[in-house]
Write a protein that binds this ligand. Structure first.
Ligand SMILES: O=c1nc[nH]c2c1ncn2[C@H]1C[C@H](O)[C@@H](COP(=O)(O)OP(=O)(O)OP(=O)(O)O)O1
Ligand SMILES: [Mg+2]
Length: 201
């Protein structure tokens, strides 16, 4: 039995990471771009609301079960910001480089030891666009914000995200290691457990 899912994301980094985790499990993972799904406005006040909006639209347009990821970085010294606004932190034009520069600026007076942060990831799986019982999971990854970028891997805030358990930035971790440790990898494990209890087909 093969299961085909649409990934409700326009983020190439998420598609790469989720694809690497799901494809070996025999799932066929398609990008929402294959179905010309438009980006939805993320009007929710929580990760889960935004993930539901994205999954619902991708499932509606594609006619397939849809997996959405809404994620972000919560920095303690910034009272949890940028949080759900992580992708929009530096306004327009949206870019990881501009977001990272804004984060460094916002933390310029914050000493080492007070730069703790965590990534959050909420995954939502809708079996169809009107699924009234979505599978919802969440996980976080604890770290701290560096004072300068390190590494070339990953995406988003990874060059600034210190991974204490490894002594490197998230952008310095090999892709498989990031997937094993990360908020996204951990949330996906929860999702797979949920799917075992209630399979897609
Ligand atoms: O593992 C990660 N490594 C680095 N940065 C990350 C990670 N996980 C989330 N992030 C950052 C990127 C973006 O600034 C925000 C997600 O925003 P979020 O709206 O969920 O994603 P997005 O707009 O890039 O793509 P889409 O909404 O189409 O899935 O958090
Ligand atoms: Mg987004």
């Amino acid at each position: 039995m093969t299961t085909t899912l649409v990934l409700a994301s326009g983020n190439a980094g998420k598609l790469r990471e989720l694809g690497a985790l799901l494809t070996p499990l025999g799932m066929t993972v398609r990008s929402q771009a294959d179905f010309a799904v438009d980006e939805v406005e993320e009007t929710g006040l929580t990760f889960v609301e935004n993930a539901l909006l994205k999954a619902r639209e991708a499932s509606r347009v594609s006619g397939l079960p849809a997996l959405a990821d809404d994620s972000g970085l919560a920095v303690d010294a910034l009272q949890g910001r940028p949080g759900i606004y992580s992708a929009r932190f530096a306004g327009q034009p949206r870019s990881d480089a501009r977001n990272n520069a804004r984060l460094l600026e916002a933390l310029s007076d914050v000493p080492a030891g007070q730069r703790t942060a965590r990534y959050w990831c909420v995954l939502v799986l809708l079996r169809h666009a009107e699924d009234p019982v979505p599978l919802i999971v969440q996980a976080c990854w604890e770290g701290a914000i560096l004072t300068a970028s390190r590494g070339e891997g990953g995406f988003g805030y990874d060059p600034l995200f210190w991974v204490p358990e490894r002594g490197v930035s998230a952008a310095e971790l090999p892709a498989e290691d990031k997937n094993r440790l990360s908020h996204r990898g951990r949330a996906l494990n929860e999702l797979l457990a949920g799917l075992e209890a209630r399979p897609l087909s």
